[in-house]
Write a protein that binds this ligand. Structure first.
Ligand SMILES: Cc1ncc(COP(=O)(O)O)c(C=O)c1O
Length: 396
C-alpha cells in the first residue's frame, strides 16, 4: 500500500521516547523527562500579546506563501545585526518551523544520485529528510575526542563526484558542540574547492555559554555565502516551539523554488504566529538572556552530576540545551536489541527502572551515547541524575 519512499522512514525517536514517557506519566508514574528538545520556559508575554493583538486586529487570513514582507524585513535586519550578513527579502522564506524549511530546501536542492554529507552525531531528522528527497545521506562519524566536530581531512575523504551538499549544525543537537571561526575557515577551503552547498542549521545560535561567540560559515567569504543556506527560527530562542515559525536565507533562485513548493503544499505559515515571530525578533531580547543564563547553570550542574557517576564520560557542550554522555562502560551489562543497538535497550532500562526518559544515541548516529535535554527544572535534574546513578549501580 505504501510507497517505497515513505516505507524507509521511521518515526522521530525523540518524539517516540516523549510519547512513551507521557503515556507512563498518564498512568501516574513520576517520570523525569530529559527526552524532549524544547525549552521549558513560557513564550515571553510581549510575544503572546502580539499574537492576541493579531487575532483582535483580524490578521487571520492567508498571507503570501513565503511569509509577510514585514517579517522578512525583520529577518533581514536580524542577519545584519547579529551575523553581519546582508540578505534581500527575496533571499528569505518563512516556513512552518525550521523543520519544514529544511524539508522544503532538501526537496529543492537534492535529488536521486546526489550524496549529502551528514556529520554524525546528527539531528535525527537530517538523514530521513535527505532520503525523502531521494538523495543519499553519507554519514560521517566525527571523533568524540574532537568534541564531535568535523575536520577538513575527514570531510575531504568523504567527497565523491556525487557529493552535492553538507549539513552543519552549530551549536549542535545532540552534542552541544560549537564550531569556532577557525574550525569553519578550515572546512571552508574544502567546501569552496568542491563547490558544496552547505545547510547551516543555526537554530541554537543564541543558546551559547562561556562567552563563546556564534559564527556562521557564510560570514567568512562572499563566495562561500553563495553556497550557504542558513536555517534559523524562533522555536528554541524564544521558547516558541508550538508556534511553528522557522526561516531560511540563501540564493534567491532556490528561495523562489522553495516558495513555489510551499505555495503548492502548506501555503503560508500561520498568520498569527508570523506576527508573534515579528515581535520576537524586533522586540526586547532580555528574556533570551535570562533563559540562556539558566541553561548555563543547568549545564554546569548536570555535567558535575554526570561526572560523579562511575564510567560516564561527557564532552562539555558550549551551547544548546543538551548533554550527550558516553554510557558504553555499562554496555557489557546490557543485551543489544535486534539492530545491535545498546543505547536503545539502555534507554528502555532507564525508563522502566529509573523512570527517567533519555533519548538513545543510535537515533543520532552514535550508539555509545544517550542524550539528555536539560530543558527541565533544577530540582528535576537532581532527581533524575540520582535515579540514573542508582539504576546503573544495580546493573553492577
Ligand atoms: C538541530 C535542529 N534543527 C532544526 C530543528 C527544528 O526546529 P523547529 O521545527 O521547531 O523550528 C530542531 C528542533 O528540534 C533541531 O534540534
Amino acid at each position: 500500500m505504501l510507497t517505497q519512499r515513505i516505507s524507509q522512514i521511521k518515526p522521530s525517536p525523540t518524539l517516540a521516547i516523549d510519547a512513551k514517557a507521557k503515556s507512563m506519566l498518564a498512568q501516574g508514574i513520576d517520570i523525569v523527562n530529559f527526552g524532549i528538545g524544547e525549552p521549558d520556559f513560557e513564550t515571553p508575554e510581549n510575544i503572546k500579546e502580539a499574537a492576541i493583538k493579531a487575532i483582535r486586529d483580524g490578521f487571520t487570513r492567508y498571507t503570501p506563501a513565503g511569509g509577510v514582507l514585514a517579517l522578512k524585513e525583520a529577518i533581514v535586519e536580524k542577519f545584519k545585526r547579529d551575523n553581519d550578513l546582508n540578505y534581500r527579502p527575496e533571499e528569505i522564506i518563512v516556513s512552518c518551523g525550521g523543520k519544514h524549511a529544511l524539508y522544503n530546501l532538501f526537496q529543492v536542492l537534492f535529488e536521486k544520485g546526489d550524496e549529502v554529507i551528514v556529520p554524525s552525531p546528527y539531528w535525527v531528522s537530517y538523514p530521513p529528510m535527505v532520503m525523502l528527497a531521494e538523495a543519499a545521506p553519507v554519514i560521517v562519524p566525527t571523533p568524540e575526542a574532537n568534541g564531535f566536530k568535523l575536520t577538513p581531512e575527514v570531510l575531504r575523504a568523504h567527497i565523491t563526484p556525487r557529493t552535492k551538499g553538507l549539513i552543519l549544525n552549530s551549536p549542535s543537537n545532540p552534542t552541544g558542540s560549537v564550531y569556532t571561526r577557525s574550525e569553519l575557515a578550515a572546512l571552508a577551503e574544502v567546501i569552496l574547492d568542491h563547490k558544496l552547498f552547505v545547510v547551516s542549521d543555526d537554530i541554537y545560535e543564541k543558546i551559547l555559554f562561556d562567552g563563546l561567540e556564534f559564527f556562521n560559515l557564510a560570514q567568512l567569504d562572499p563566495e562561500l555565502k553563495k553556497l550557504v543556506f542558513v536555517l534559523n527560527g524562533v522555536s528554541k530562542t524564544y521558547a516558541m516551539t508550538g508556534w511553528r515559525i522557522g526561516y531560511l536565507a540563501g540564493d534567491a533562485r532556490v528561495i523562489k523554488a522553495v516558495t513555489n513548493l510551499q505555495s503548492q503544499s502548506t501555503s503560508n505559515p500561520c498568520s498569527i504566529a508570523q506576527k508573534a515571530a515579528l515581535e520576537a525578533i524586533n522586540g526586547p531580547q532580555d528574556a533570551v538572556a535570562a533563559m540562556v543564563q539558566e541553561f548555563a547553570w543547568r549545564r554546569d550542574d548536570i555535567l558535575t552530576r554526570v561526572a560523579r557517576i562511575p564510567g560516564l564520560k561527557c564532552v562539555k557542550p558550549g551551547g544548546a540545551f543538551y548533554v550527550f554522555p558516553n554510557f558504553s562502560y555499562y554496555y557489557n551489562k546490557i543485551k543489544p536489541d535486534g539492530q545491535g543497538s545498546y543505547s536503545d535497550p539502555l534507554a528502555d532500562f532507564l525508563l522502566e527502572e529509573a523512570h527517567v526518559a533519555l533519548v538513545a544515541g543510535i537515533g543520532f548516529g552514535e550508539d555509545a551515547c544517550l542524550r539528555f535535554s536539560y530543558a527541565t527544572s533544577r530540582e528535576r535534574i537532581a532527581t533524575g541524575l540520582a535515579r540514573i546513578e542508582a539504576a546503573l549501580q544495580k546493573l553492577g
